[in-house]
Design a protein around this ligand. Structure first.
Ligand code: URA
Length: 204
C-alpha cells in the first residue's frame, strides 16, 4: 500500500521530497481540476518564509508560486520594502489551484477549511525543514492555516504574533486584495502593504 500523505510529509528530508509528495497528493479533491501541484520556491536556508493562499491560474500553469498578477504586486512591494525575493522562501497554504468555471475562464475559488487542513502537513513539512526566523502570512487563508481557523487579518496586520511553528508570524493582507481596491484607493493600499513588509527588517 502507498504511504499516506501524513507519512510522506513527516518523512520528507528535503524540499525535493516535498515537491514529489505534493505532486502525488490526493488528500483533497483539488488535484482533479488542477494542472499540477505548485510547491514553494526558494532556498531551504531562507530565514523568512512567505505563505500565500493557493496557486492562481498562472501559477497553476507555470508550476511556480506568485508569478501572476498578485506575484507582481508582491515583487514590487518587496522591492520597495527592501526585501530581496531571492533570499526568501515563498509558498502557499494550499498547493493546488482551487477554481470554478465561469464561461471559458477559471475563476479563483477560496479553498475550504477542509482543503486548507488537508494541505497542512505539507506546509508543516516545509516549515520543519526550513526552520525560518519569521513567517509572513499573506491574507486570510494563510493566517488561518498558520494561526488557527479563528485568526483574523485586519485586527492583526502589521503585528508579529507568537505561533506554534517556532517562529513569529507577521500578518498582512494578500497582494491580490490590492488589485481589488478601487483605483483611487490602490496607491494607499499598496503603501500600507509595503509598510507591513518593511517591519521585516526588524528581524532580518
Ligand atoms: N495567490 C496566492 O496566494 N499564491 C500564489 O502563488 C498566487 C496567487
Amino acid at each position: 500500500m502507498a504511504d499516506s500523505k501524513e507519512k510522506l510529509a513527516a518523512d520528507a528530508k528535503s524540499l525535493k521530497d516535498i515537491a514529489a509528495g505534493i505532486a502525488r497528493c490526493r488528500g483533497c479533491r483539488l488535484w482533479e481540476r488542477a494542472t499540477q501541484a505548485v510547491g514553494g520556491e526558494g532556498s531551504p536556508k531562507s530565514r523568512i518564509v512567505f505563505v500565500g493562499e493557493q496557486p492562481g491560474d498562472q501559477e497553476d500553469i507555470a508550476g511556480k508560486p506568485f508569478v501572476g498578477p498578485a506575484g507582481r504586486v508582491l515583487d514590487e512591494a518587496l522591492e520597495k520594502a527592501g526585501v530581496d525575493r531571492r533570499e526568501v522562501y515563498v509558498t502557499n497554504a494550499v498547493k493546488h489551484f482551487s477554481w470554478e468555471p465561469r464561461g471559458k475562464r477559471r475563476m479563483h475559488k477560496t479553498p475550504a477549511q477542509q482543503e486548507i487542513a488537508a494541505c497542512q502537513d505539507w506546509l508543516a513539512a516545509e516549515l520543519r525543514l526550513i526552520r525560518p526566523d519569521l513567517i509572513v502570512a499573506l491574507g486570510g487563508t494563510a493566517v488561518r492555516a498558520l494561526l488557527g481557523p479563528g485568526a483574523k487579518v485586519l485586527i492583526n496586520r502589521g503585528k508579529f504574533l507568537p505561533s506554534d511553528w517556532g517562529a513569529k508570524v507577521l500578518v498582512t493582507v494578500h497582494p491580490s486584495s490590492i488589485l481589488r481596491v478601487p483605483p483611487e484607493d490602490r496607491k494607499e493600499a499598496f503603501e500600507a502593504f509595503v509598510r507591513d513588509l518593511s517591519h521585516i527588517k526588524r528581524v532580518s
